[in-house]
Each structure stands twice: as C-alpha cells, then as structure tokens.
Design a protein around this ligand. Structure first.
Ligand code: HMG
Ligand code: MG
Length: 295
C-alpha cells in the first residue's frame, strides 16, 4: 500500500504557536524533515500577516528552502493578494481553503461561503496561468466550533464547488477533532459516490485523541493521503478548542508496525521535533515522540 504523508507542521503547526519561530529555524526544520525523507511539505501561508503573524515571513522562507527535484512545497493562498505574493516565490503548489460551516468560514476568512467562491475562483485562474496545481481544503467537515454538527450534504456542496474550480484534491478537515471512526466511514461512504477517494486527503486534528484511529479508518476505506504534523503541533487560531494535528511520528509508528513503508525515517523526524519542542518551550503532544525522547 502506497501512502502519501503531507507534512503540515510548518504551516498548520506553527500558525497556532505562541512563540514565533524565526525564518532560519523554520528552514532548519524543513531541512530536518527533508533529511528524514519527507517529500511533501506545506510550509507557510500567504495570508494576512495581521491575522497570522506566525507566518508573516512566507516570502522569505519560500526563497530560503532547499530546491530538490523530488520535493513539493505547498502554501495556503486565500485570495488575489495571496496569489500575487505566492507567484513571486518558488512554492510549487497552492492550497485554497474554506469551511463547510458558515460561521467558521466567516471567522477564519472574513467572508460568507457564497462570497468565498468568486475569491477562490480568481486564485484558481491565477494558478492556472502559472501552471500551478491547487489543493482544496474543506474545514469543519465533522463539526464546527460555532454551529456543531455539519451536514454531509453541505460538505459535499462545498467539495463540488472546489472540484468544479479545478482543485486536484480535497483535504477534508476535522478542524476541532470531533470525529470518530463511525463518522469518518459515513462521510467517506457518501463522498465516494461523487469523488474518487484517491482525490481525498484526511486532515485530522487530535484534540480528543481520536486522530490516529480516524486516520486508520480513512486508510481502510481507501484514502491514500494523510496530513500530519511533526510532534503533533497545530491548530486553527480561528477555531476555539482546536489543538494539534495528528502527529507525523504517531502515524509513522503505526504504519511501520503494520508493514507499510513511507520512506520516512521516524527517528530523524523525532530529532527535528525535539528541536521544535525546545524552540516552542513546551512538550509537543506526540506520544511516539515523547516515548522516543524518554529512551
Ligand atoms: P480581510 O481583512 O477580509 O481582507 O482578510 P481584505 O481583503 O479586506 O484586506 C484587508 C487588509 O489585509 C488589506 O491591507 C489587504 O491588503 C490585506 P490594508 O489595505 O488594510 O493595509 N490583505 C493581505 N495581506 C497579505 N496577504 C494577503 C492579504 N489579503 C488581504 N493574502 C483574509 C481576509 C483571508 C486575508 C484574512 O481573513 C486571513 O488572512 N485569514 C487567515 C486565515 C488563516 O490563515 N487561518 C488558518 C488557516 S486555515 C486552517 O488552519 C484549517 C486547515 O488546517 C484545515 C482544517 O484543519 O480544517 C486548512
Ligand atoms: Mg488544520
């Protein structure tokens, strides 16, 4: 089984940290991850630095990342201004993002769902002109911090709009980590009636400790791409209660034990997470990382 892990720690992980890492430290983290064998990295966001000051150095960072033939760097792009900034950098792939729930969408990107579509369409057109592939994120697919349960029909409506715009993949975000395997199965069963699961990525936050079991359920259903974050860093600043992403180390350990090779060296990821943990001055939540460091 071929599983693609997308390392989102530098973006989703750091966007929620109290301590802002310097660009040099971020480059060191990227190099550590590359040395560990990670090949897909979401490294930053071209969003408003007023909204996400942790990623205000997006342009500088993008220019300082090592250029390697088989590595894909991705960044979030929310609007025309973001696309103009991203287009001036060597970032390979963009990601547009929105929520399935109205209130989270407004809190996160300051627009209604219907007003978001034309803004993202413009980003898609600019990406097409540049020959850049774009992923689409849909947040709050299992629950919204403001509205509670979100209907599958609403999730599918947003996915369909993004696919029509031309995103090559949809990442389904459990933004506040409320899902359990039953919910994952049910949503994916509905989804696969309309979208091949090879075009779906699982983006689980581990707020309630269900991230790993949800990810495993998604893999059993046929999803082949998972977003993970080193050390389990992460969260959405505009989703109260959202904690870290599913940890890269925890997924790697599970896959390794199940005989699934990802080409990523767990011990080397742990070395990089230890560096981030020191910089962030807090123990990172990954259980596998902490057990590795205790040995
Ligand atoms: P806005 O304030 O509505 O934007 O923000 P605006 O168009 O009204 O512009 C206001 C000012 O911002 C202007 O500057 C613009 O130039 C500037 P002024 O004239 O006042 O000096 N501006 C920008 N500057 C730099 N880059 C830009 C940009 N756009 C406008 N791209 C906006 C709208 C979307 C920009 C804002 O709401 C924003 O940046 N939000 C950030 C949201 C975010 O990054 N959230 C976290 C990521 S999503 C997530 O974590 C979920 C995910 O992980 C999946 C999951 O877990 O569910 C993906
Ligand atoms: Mg996220």
């Amino acid at each position: 089984m071929q599983i693609k892990l997308v390392e989102v720690g530098l973006r989703d992980g750091l966007q929620n940290e109290r301590i802002i890492l310097g660009t040099e430290d971020k480059v060191r983290v990227a190099k550590g991850l590359l040395a560990a064998g990670v090949r897909h990295l979401e490294v930053t966001s071209f969003v408003s630095p007023r909204w996400i000051p942790q990623l205000a150095d997006a342009t500088q960072l993008a220019h300082q990342l090592p250029s390697l033939a088989d590595v894909v760097y991705r960044a979030l792009v929310p609007n025309r201004k973001g696309a103009e900034r991203a287009a001036q950098t060597p970032i390979h792939e963009w990601a547009v993002f929105m929520s399935a729930s109205e209130t989270h969408n407004r809190k996160n990107i300051n627009k209604s769902i219907s007003d978001t579509y034309p803004v993202l369409r413009e980003v898609m057109e600019m990406a097409k002109e540049q020959g850049i592939r774009v992923r689409g994120y849909v947040s709050t697919v299992f629950g919204c911090p403001y509205e509670g349960k979100v209907s599958t029909a609403q999730v599918l409506r947003v996915c369909e709009q993004l696919l029509q715009m031309g995103v090559y993949e949809i990442s389904l975000g459990d933004t506040i980590g409320v899902a359990t395997p039953k919910a994952v199965k049910s949503l994916l069963q509905e989804c696969q009636q309309h979208i091949p699961l090879t075009q779906i990525a699982g983006h689980f936050h581990d707020t309630r400790g269900t991230g790993l079991t949800n990810a495993y359920t998604a893999l059993e259903m046929g999803v082949r791409t998972l977003d993970t974050s080193l050390g389990g860093l992460g969260g959405c600043p505009y989703a109260p209660g959202a904690s870290g992403n599913l940890a890269t180390e925890d997924v790697l350990y599970l896959l390794q034990q199940e005989g699934i090779d990802t080409g990523i060296d767990l011990a080397r990821v742990c070395e990089t997470s230890e560096f981030v943990q020191t910089k962030c001055r807090r123990p990172l939540p990954s259980k596998v990382l902490q057990s590795h460091l205790a040995q």
